[in-house]
Design a protein around this ligand. Structure first.
Ligand code: NAP
Length: 313
């Protein structure tokens, strides 16, 4: 089968389209014929840290159809359309086929496209778990989303609206129309205004992108509010580990999210997409041959939604 194999030693992006052996499903696994894979920071951060899969095949968020099933597979059968996040089991999505544990996959709704399904796993679950589990979002809450126009941010914005929150989205001038069309109640253009110019009345803050002071976030929280550090510049994350616990003394909390794979959450988000309550936003589409280019685009940090690779076009 064809796969994009990463090697630190190879030139330019380090990625090459190669012919490799087609995997076969082990006990509890299914063989998925991949239709679409979406890219995440987890792919290129793992590459940079040298902690990638042994196979050299990255790509975690996949959507496709089951071609064969391994022994003891109970939930799925041949022909089922599935999607999921394989970052916890060796990636492997930048390929024509992947063998994946059935317990990491969920059923794709028939009316939802493979591209939309592949866009969902890591980005939407990160947004959901940050809002629901760490932010304890409630209807009527005032929510600030910093980095609202990226892969995670656009899901966070729509999920926060779904939960009945009033949302202030932080993005640049070129994305204000997009975030407004997805329901933002108020927008701060970070290229024109300082984050610190906002009133300090937020119940939940998601720090998804950018590089802001943890003290600024704390000042923007209302008593009882929580700021959830999701991502952004490594220095922002670093400052959290250094100062977060001290700054959380008192009623305003600073928390860190480590997103977890969950088929229940995948099913929850898939239902919302199927019902048209939220919609995955695809910024750019590439082919498998163009994987290097797709990663360069994502790494530049200005994607307006998800970057997907269609293995089958
Ligand atoms: N904790 C976890 O479990 C977890 C899970 C998944 C991802 N993450 C992290 O979450 C972060 C975001 O992931 P992502 O997939 O959403 O990334 P992404 O799609 O690459 O985000 C790009 C977006 O960020 C915006 N942005 C850049 N600088 C900004 C700033 N200073 N203020 C506001 N927005 C800014 C860009 O807007 P402009 O182009 O307009 O500037 C662009 O729309 C990454 O750091 C990732 O590692 C964490």
């Amino acid at each position: 089968m064809k796969a994009v194999v990463y090697s630190k030693k190879s030139a330019s992006s380090g990625m090459r389209l190669e012919e490799v052996e087609k995997p076969s499903p082990a006990t509890g696994q299914v063989l998925v014929k991949i239709h679409t894979v979406s890219l995440n920071a987890a792919d290129y951060r793992s590459m940079q840290m040298g902690i990638g899969p042994k196979s050299g095949i990255f790509g975690a968020d996949i959507a496709g159809r089951i071609e064969t099933v391994g022994p003891e597979v109970k939930k799925f059968k041949v022909g089922d359309e599935v999607f999921g996040d394989l970052s916890g089991c060796g990636f492997g999505g930048l390929a024509e086929y992947v063998a994946a544990p059935e317990n990491l996959l969920a059923a794709k709704a028939e009316s939802v496209s493979y591209e939309d399904a592949a866009a969902v796993p890591m980005a939407s679950l990160t947004a959901l778990q940050a809002l629901r589990d760490k932010g304890r979002i409630k209807s009527g809450h005032r929510v600030l989303i910093v980095g609202a126009s990226g892969g995670v941010g656009l899901f966070a914005l729509q999920l926060a609206k779904h939960f009945g929150a009033h949302v202030t989205a932080v993005c640049s001038s070129k994305r204000t129309e997009l975030v407004s069309s997805l329901g933002a109640d108020s927008i701060l253009d970070y290229t024109k205004n300082e984050l610190s110019s906002l009133p300090g009345n937020f119940d939940v803050i998601l720090a998804i992108n950018g590089n802001y002071s943890i003290f600024t976030y704390k000042k923007l929280l209302t008593p009882g509010g929580s700021c959830v550090i999701v991502g952004g510049a490594l220095s922002q994350i670093f400052r959290f580990f250094l100062l977060g616990p001290f700054l959380s003394i008192g009623s305003r909390k600073i928390r860190f999210l480590a997103g977890k794979a969950s088929t229940e959450d995948l099913e929850f988000v898939m239902r919302l997409v199927e019902e048209g309550r939220i919609r995955p936003v695809i910024d750019k589409r590439y082919s498998l041959q163009e994987a290097g280019e797709a990663f360069e685009y994502l790494k530049a940090g200005h994607a307006g939604g998800k970057v997907v690779i269609n293995v089958i076009s």
